[in-house]
Design a protein around this ligand. Structure first.
Ligand code: AMP
Length: 222
């Protein structure tokens, strides 16, 4: 990786984004990750005014207002000395709306620290829904099973304790479809915006072993 990398990473819920991110950060430790969800949760647990306000939106499944998000993330970037043309960082979960994207470009342009790579994980959403449907969890330990590719030894029983496996409340096709629909709604304007800027890339594949090398290559070839 020769050039400073300022990456926005996007992927639908259930796309395996977390797995790819982990591998990417291990390979490129200089990429400081900033996750908007983590930043918000940290504000909430510290009990700040912003946290209290954000909590109301998050609880009702709404997006936190654009100006709050832009201020929060800009502050994070400033703290890690990310507002200059040598900086390396990775954004996860922000920008999420067209207005956030526009505002971020405006701010980063003033310090020559703009995004230079946007990667979307494009995973077949029928496959995501199928995976979610077949996912069962052992609640006390958090162990996750898939009826398809990682089934328990005894059907619907945890391998270690023999206790019952259950479905997580939000792991059903109906609620998950809602989350996917919301993502699809948000992603359209972002895709168009970053395509126009010439930095949008879409990476597809059925497993993270297929997807990950493609993402790594994009970072190398920047
Ligand atoms: P996440 O962990 O990314 O799913 O974020 C959890 C919640 O935080 C979301 O459902 C939103 O309510 C809020 N949130 C996270 N990122 C943003 C963003 N960029 N803009 C607005 N709200 C956000």
């Amino acid at each position: 990786m020769l050039k400073p990398t300022r990456l926005l990473f996007l992927g639908a819920p259930g796309s395996g984004k977390g797995t790819i991110l982990k591998r990417l950060l291990k390979r490129f430790p200089q990429l400081h990750p900033i996750s908007s969800g983590d930043v918000l949760r940290s504000q909430i647990s510290k009990g700040t005014e912003i946290g209290k306000e954000a909590d109301k939106y998050i609880k009702t499944g709404l997006l936190v207002p654009d100006s709050t998000m832009v201020n929060l993330i800009t502050e994070q970037l400033r703290e890690l000395n990310g507002l200059n043309d040598k900086a390396n960082w990775l954004l996860d979960g922000f920008p999420r709306t067209f207005a956030q994207a526009e505002k971020l470009t405006e701010i980063l342009d003033t310090t020559n620290a703009n995004l230079n790579l946007v990667v979307e994980l494009d995973v077949d959403q029928k496959l995501i829904l199928h995976r979610i449907e077949s996912r069962y969890v052992h609640l006390p330990s958090g162990r996750i099973y898939s009826l398809d590719y990682n089934p328990p030894k005894v059907p619907f029983k945890d391998d270690v304790t023999g206790e019952d496996l259950v479905k997580r409340e939000d792991d059903n096709a109906k609620t998950f479809k809602k989350r996917l629909d919301k993502y699809n709604e948000e992603i359209g304007p972002l895709r168009e915006y970053y395509q126009k800027l010439g930095i949008w890339h879409s990476v597809s594949g059925e497993t993270s072993d297929i997807i990950y090398p493609k993402v790594e290559k994009l970072v190398y070839e920047l």
